[in-house]
Design a protein. Structure first.
Length: 339
């Protein structure tokens, strides 16, 4: 079998907190205290095959966007591996990574902030192309390539001479998609690409992304908090909580038979016009701080099924069959699965 398009192994991302006035005063007074660390992502592992769409879901602050930006090497990982077609890029420097960036591109959440307002569309789309194009003959083909890319995402050739502020939000996101496609990547990382758009425009962008997946065989890492969007677009879904991956399953399995209590709570809280057929799990309390992770299971402080083992032992992801993995002690002791 060929290597996955993307494989993440035991990814950890920690951010030190400190460096402010109080820290300088402590050092001046001879007091040395270890700065706290935000444990943003903790031991996350998953793989995406060519042509597959994997979604990461969870509450705001759970670490899903941090995972996406670290895979794109906007952030540096603290530990773990990030393999693009089998090649580990986690420890690569800028120059070493540059030739591999064409294999993965990113679509950002905010189409208003992700495009340079001083550049015309032709320059925005051409910039990645020109990084790859060194000969005069190849550069002469760039204008035609820009026109073809704009047509591919539903824009006209005349749009190439306009600035981003002259477009609607949906059109700007199409420009971002054209820029991502310009270097013919195998993986596109989409960080909530439709959350800032109207619902009618969301459907257009999602359908465009699926058409491009079918045409070019693209793999997507799709970050979202909207479960209805995920159910429409994803082949596989990973659920994150407090920086941990607590469940990873094929889409239909996850929406039909979720196994982790947090996944079940998310699905029971999602709005629906249909009568509810699954249990409703209400959560109490607040998400713990990523500065001081709870012992044992990351979800135990809010879980209605938690018992002593949950505080003493952190559950590992277990294969429960059908390509579904779950990090929960209830898998070993299902009789406790009662609120």
């Amino acid at each position: 079998m060929s290597a996955p398009m993307l494989e993440v192994r035991d990814l950890n991302i920690h951010f030190p907190v400190g460096g402010g006035l109080l820290d300088r005063l402590r050092l001046k007074g001879g007091i040395r205290l270890e700065n706290p660390v935000v444990h943003a992502v903790n031991g996350v592992s998953f793989a995406i095959q060519p042509g597959e769409v994997m979604a990461l879901v969870g509450e705001s602050g759970c670490g899903k966007s941090t995972v996406a930006k670290t895979i794109a090497r906007i952030y540096d990982p603290t530990g773990g591996e990030i393999r693009i077609e089998g090649q580990d890029i986690a420890a690569m420097g800028f120059a070493e990574l540059l030739p591999l960036r064409a294999k993965m591109q990113m679509i950002f959440q905010d189409p208003y902030a992700s495009l340079n307002p001083r550049q015309k569309v032709r320059d925005i789309v051409a910039e990645p192309l020109l990084e790859q194009t060194r000969t005069a003959a190849a550069r002469a083909e760039v204008p035609a390539r820009i026109t073809a890319l704009l047509a591919k995402v539903g824009l006209n050739a005349e749009h190439a001479g306009r600035y981003p502020h002259q477009f609607s939000g949906g059109q700007r996101q199409r420009i971002g998609i054209a820029r991502a496609l310009s270097v013919t990547p195998g993986l596109i990382i989409a960080d909530e690409p439709v959350s800032a758009l109207d619902v009618s425009i969301q459907a257009q962008i999602l359908n465009l992304m699926m058409d491009l997946r079918d045409e070019f065989g693209l793999a997507y890492l799709f970050i979202s908090h909207d479960l209805s969007v995920v159910q429409h677009i994803a082949d596989r879904v990973g659920v994150m909580y407090l920086g941990f991956l607590v469940e990873n399953a094929p889409r239909d399995a996850l929406f039909t038979l979720p196994r982790h209590p947090y996944t079940r709570a998310l699905l029971s809280a999602a709005p629906s016009i249909k009568p509810r057929v699954r249990e409703e799990i209400g959560l109490t309390g607040e998400v713990p701080s990523a500065l001081t992770l709870p012992s044992g299971c990351c979800f135990r402080t809010r879980c209605p099924f938690a018992w002593d083992r949950c505080a003493a032992e952190r559950p590992a992801l277990q294969d429960v069959g059908g390509g579904q993995t779950v990090a929960c002690h209830l898998i070993d002791e299902p009789d406790r699965d009662r609120p």
